[in-house]
Design a protein around this ligand. Structure first.
Ligand SMILES: Cc1ncc(COP(=O)(O)O)c(C=O)c1O
Length: 446
């Protein structure tokens, strides 16, 4: 099997190999992209990106016509991406005023934005209210009171959801589990805090409570956590309707839909989640006598992960006889912290040797000063030498937005490719960028 066939579920949909044996993405030769834009380089395939948007929209609309898909910007947002997300008809979940500002700068419709976060700042809430964001997912009683005050000053009634912590374990990495009782996110259901918040939100003149939200975690491969969340939330909603007259018009089970990072771990389709969640809503509405609410899902990773491929240049190769062959590349944990942070697994290919069979087992490491800076452990590749181009697929989510300047390194460039045309959507940083906010002699204070 050629590397292209072998990696077909991990690479972007347009991936091909040309007569030179080079990986081709969106009609662009990866080796030419690396020469033109330098490495490390993040390449986003526009076709894959747009197709994931429509896969999620179609799957949820077909199974549950009154549904909305809002992209979780934390997975990766910049202006070009926000524009594509808008063109594809998705809304946006933002987690900071920064993400909100990016969206606003490209004219993203503010009514399609939901603002999340466990400690939104007063200025952030003021900005969101003044811009007219469609929903604010309130995370605590403290925030409810703050937002009520801000909305009243603005003489507005802000539509809100309450983000609840349902006490559900989504069986994922503990750093990306959010629905369990012991979580910094959301309003606990078990303690009675959620009920108090519902009562207070309904009575508050500055907020209009339109629904309930949960987010269980990320990389959830099974449907059960979602269907369990539907039961827990709908039982609660029915009780809140009876006791306080809650108008349960919207329900969001958050995001967290899994993607395939390695050949041995396939992920379910959007349709799998859509069918399960819709089925659970229908049966719970029947059981609790509720009208079917609008369903809002917030995929982040599932929209962008597969569209992205990171390209690195191999440099130093170190063989520890009988132990391991290390291949060092020109990026690493500063542009992709996920392996070091979560133990995440990736695969790799040699983008300039796509016609060659794997012949050795190597470990791809980054260039940063940490032993934990390992990008891909024990991967079978054709013989790798300095100058080869290492491609790491499925790097579209949570790499660039989590990138740092560790070791005073420069954040990589990002290009979007389509029909043979590369479009620079984020410039590589320069040393001037690095020192822009660095003050040597204090001449003025902001
Ligand atoms: C509230 C909320 N919605 C959606 C997401 C997106 O998750 P994922 O990228 O796994 O789909 C997150 C991720 O942390 C989140 O906190």
């Amino acid at each position: 099997m050629s590397p292209l066939e072998d990696f077909s579920t991990l690479l972007p949909e347009t991936a091909a190999a040309n007569e030179k044996g080079h990986l081709v993405l969106g009609g662009c030769d990866a080796a030419s992209l690396a020469s033109e834009f330098g490495t490390p380089l993040y390449v986003f395939d526009e076709v894959t990106l747009r197709n994931s948007c429509s896969e999620y929209l179609t799957a949820f609309r077909q199974n549950y016509p009154d549904s909305r898909v809002i992209y979780a910007a934390k997975a990766f947002i910049n202006r070009a991406l926000a524009a594509v997300i808008n063109e594809e008809g998705l809304g946006l979940d933002v987690a900071s005023a920064g993400e909100l500002t990016v969206a606003q700068s490209v004219g993203f419709p503010m009514e399609k934005v939901c603002f999340h976060g466990n400690n939104k700042q007063r200025e952030e809430l003021e900005l969101a209210v003044s811009l007219g964001v469609g929903r604010i997912a309130v995370d605590s009683m403290y925030e409810l009171d703050l937002l009520n005050e801000i909305s009243m000053i603005a003489r507005l009634r802000q539509k809100i959801l309450l983000r609840l912590t349902p006490g559900i374990d989504a069986h994922t990495h503990k750093h990306i589990t959010t629905g369990v009782v012991d979580s910094k996110f959301g309003i606990p259901m078990v303690s009675g805090a959620a009920e108090d918040c519902v009562a207070r939100a309904i009575a508050a003149p500055g907020t209009e409570l339109v629904g309930l939200h949960v987010h269980l975690g990320s990389l959830i491969f099974e449907a059960e956590p979602y269907t369990e969340a539907v039961s827990v939330v709908f039982e609660f909603a029915a009780r809140m309707k009876k006791e306080y007259g809650l108008d349960f018009r919207e329900f969001s089970p958050g995001g967290g839909f899994a993607v395939q990072y390695t050949r041995d771990a396939p992920s379910p389709s959007a349709a799998y989640y859509a069918e399960a969640i819709s089925g659970a809503i229908a049966s719970n509405c029947g059981e609790y006598g509720l009208h079917a609410p609008c369903l809002v899902v917030e995929p982040g990773r599932a929209i962008v992960a597969r569209a992205g491929v990171a390209l690195y240049r191999a440099g130093s190769v170190k063989i520890v006889p009988g132990v391991r062959k290390y291949v060092s590349v020109d990026g690493g944990m500063a542009d992709n912290i996920r392996p070091a942070l979560y133990g995440s697994r990736y695969e790799a290919l040699i983008a300039n040797k796509m016609n060659e069979e794997a012949s050795e087992r190597v470990t791809i490491v980054g260039r940063f000063c940490e032993s934990g800076d390992v990008l891909v452990r024990d991967v079978d590749l054709p013989a790798v030498t300095a100058g080869d181009l290492v491609a790491v697929p499925v790097t579209g989510a949570y790499c660039i937005p989590m990138a740092s300047n560790y070791n005073a390194s420069l954040k990589p460039a990002v290009v979007m490719v389509k029909d043979g045309h590369p479009r620079l959507i984020r410039k590589r940083e320069t040393y001037q960028d690095l020192m822009r906010n660095d003050v040597l002699v204090e001449t003025e204070r902001p």
